[in-house]
Design a protein around this ligand. Structure first.
Ligand code: ADP
Ligand code: MG
Length: 303
């Protein structure tokens, strides 16, 4: 199979959004963003052996390469629309490509996202997706506007993806994280800051604190743990929730006056208040007895 037959067979979808004027097949794609909106543009690379283990099923690789990008759009409050895919493959393996593209399109179809272009090259396995979405001008959520007194929330449960790294029986969340697109859109009018949790709660919340020039107090007794994590020793579960990455839940801040607006969205995935933004810089984590938490509290860093 050559580059062009791979693209035609696995990636050239016939069904495109109506705002795509020209998809795969020319030198660039053409799209028409809705009037009055800003584009939100993000990209993430998954490298074999670094971001996923060699044994990861190709369906999960396809799904997750898109999920991590949609998660970044969710954290901005953006509606996802278009993606490009730069794929570097050691060899054109039909079974691998079939499963990979099925995983990718499963999530793309769920959020009505169109694949509009990309690049296909030979080399060590790596996947780069660029995702483009939009928000009404002035309504994107950044990391930088949390203020003292805001409540800190997270979506879903934390630590399950981290558990999956060491426990093959619990790989669902590691392989198939759910980008919290619906929450991102709901929070446009409510949240002062948001981030998606890719490197662990402690590290990612710290990014909000640094960008917003504030601090935070959180309490480990409020951290949402799945029924699986609740069966682990408490310290181990909390450590996973605070420091392991790959959950792709959202962490966001809400002024007290806007907390009631969250009730309108109680049909979306559950959210939990875990603490409060403070004026004093730094993240303070206390346990159920009020003692400061001393875990290995830093997220994954490449360098
Ligand atoms: P060019 O040489 O002009 O950069 P290419 O030959 O690389 O174009 O690609 C041909 C067309 O196929 C382009 O429209 C490109 O965006 C698209 N394309 C290439 N690889 C992929 C891929 N993996 N997924 C989706 N579209 C792709
Ligand atoms: Mg090219």
């Amino acid at each position: 199979m050559n580059e062009f037959s791979i693209i035609k067979r696995f990636f050239a979808s016939t069904h495109l959004r109506s705002d795509v004027n020209l998809g795969i097949g020319d030198d660039a794609a053409l799209v028409t963003p809705p009037p009055g909106h800003s584009l939100a543009i993000t990209t993430d690379t998954l490298v074999a052996g670094v971001h996923f283990a060699a044994e990861t099923p190709p369906h999960a690789i396809g799904y997750k390469s898109l999920a991590v990008n949609l998660s970044d759009l969710a954290a901005m409050g953006a509606t996802p629309a278009w993606i490009t895919l730069a794929l570097t493959l050691p060899e054109p393996n039909v079974a691998w490509l079939e499963a990979f593209s099925a995983g990718l399109f499963q999530l793309a179809e769920k959020y009505q996202v169109s694949l509009i272009g990309g690049d296909t090259t030979r080399g060590p396995l790596a996947i780069t997706i660029q995702a483009i979405g939009f928000t009404p001008i002035g309504y994107a959520i950044t990391r930088g506007k949390a203020v003292p007194g805001d409540a800190i929330f997270v979506t879903g449960c934390l630590g399950d993806a981290g558990l999956g790294l060491s426990t093959p029986a619990h790989r669902d969340k590691l392989y198939y994280p759910e980008p919290r697109i619906d929450w991102g859109i709901a929070l446009r009018d409510i949240a002062t800051a948001a981030i998606d949790i890719s490197d662990g709660l402690a590290a990612d919340l710290t990014h909000i604190l640094n960008s917003s020039h504030v601090g935070a107090n959180i309490n480990t007794s409020f951290i949402p743990l799945s029924s699986t994590l609740q069966t682990l020793p408490r310290d181990k579960a909390i450590d996973l929730a605070l420091t392991s990455g790959d959950d792709y839940e959202l962490c966001f801040t809400v002024p007290a006056a806007k907390k009631a607006l969250l009730d309108e969205y109680n049909k979306l995935s559950p959210i939990t208040c875990i603490g409060e933004i403070t004026a004093t810089p730094g993240l303070i984590i206390v346990d159920e007895d009020g003692n400061e938490w001393h875990g290995k509290s830093s997220g994954y860093q490449h360098f």
